[in-house]
Design a protein around this ligand. Structure first.
Ligand code: SF4
Length: 266
């Protein structure tokens, strides 16, 4: 990326950050840039993550899964192979109506992963997750947390678009789950944000409504999971952005990142 492109990217990030803060009522950016870490070192950050996971998910878990992850080159290579397997996949009925499969976007070294339900029309057309209006809102959420768009890893429970944007059926989620499982093993994020009820159900098998589940730490294997509302829901219910911002601040804390001051009331 040349300096001009880098500058343009930073300008987009700053604007997205400001827009999200205006929408949620969050003020300032803490002590300087929100992407600066509180813990300062990876060792401390890991300790914070482990402690928080233990207290909030009431499960003993060493969340530093990166220590056992394959090397970066091996990871990337396997993810490319996996995306190719997905491209040729016909394991469930969703393959018949897809334009193309939608595997993932973002960094394969990411400490934070967002998991959604499945591709919509824009994603099916472009081949990347979260590229429509809901995706633009997700990008603002990511920027407000102090990450560049491609610092995080974004994927879905199913890799092919369900017709008419319906919820994927249990057998479709089950057929696609091995791909997600391997993606998460390879990327080995420190925290997963589950976007919407179907993502929570597909990841950890819990149903019961996202309104009840959101904001409470869960566990996917050894990785803490924060359930929150799907950005598409936020487009229809903008008032829920404040609750999502609460959830994202908890995620930042879990990652050892500085948290902007609490939002002012509207
Ligand atoms: Fe295969 Fe998943 Fe697509 Fe079904 S949704 S055809 S399991 S890639």
């Amino acid at each position: 990326m040349n300096p001009r492109e880098e500058l343009a990217r930073l300008a987009v990030e700053v604007r997205a950050h400001a827009e999200w803060q205006m929408e949620t009522g969050a003020t300032g950016s803490g002590e300087g840039d929100p992407r600066s870490t509180v813990a300062g070192t990876s060792t401390n950050a890991t300790t914070t993550t482990t402690t928080n996971a233990n207290t909030t998910a009431t499960t003993t878990a060493n969340t530093n899964t990166n220590t056992t992850a394959p090397s970066n080159a091996t990871t990337r290579l396997r993810l490319v192979e996996l995306a190719d397997e997905v491209r040729r996949c016909t394991k469930c009925g969703l393959h018949s109506a897809r334009t193309q499969t939608v595997f993932a976007r973002g960094s394969t070294d990411a400490e934070l992963c967002f998991v959604g339900e499945g591709p919509g029309a824009d994603e099916d057309r472009q081949g990347f997750p979260f590229v429509g209006k809901a995706g633009q809102l997700l990008d603002r959420m990511i920027a407000a947390m102090g990450f560049a768009r491609d610092d995080v890893y974004v994927c879905n429970i199913v890799k092919c678009r369900p017709p008419d944007n319906r919820k994927p059926e249990p057998d479709e989620m089950a057929a696609c789950k091995p791909y997600l499982r391997e993606q998460l093993e390879l990327v080995a994020p420190k925290v997963i944000v589950a976007l919407g009820a179907t993502a929570v159900e597909g990841l950890i098998g819990m149903s019961g409504g996202i309104t009840r589940l959101r904001g409470q730490w869960k566990l996917y294997r050894t990785i803490p999971v924060m359930p929150t509302f799907h950005p598409a829901y936020l487009l229809r219910n903008p008032a829920a952005k404040r609750e999502v911002w609460d959830d994202l601040q908890a995620v930042m804390k879990q990652l050892g990142r500085s948290v902007p001051p609490a939002g002012r009331s509207a």
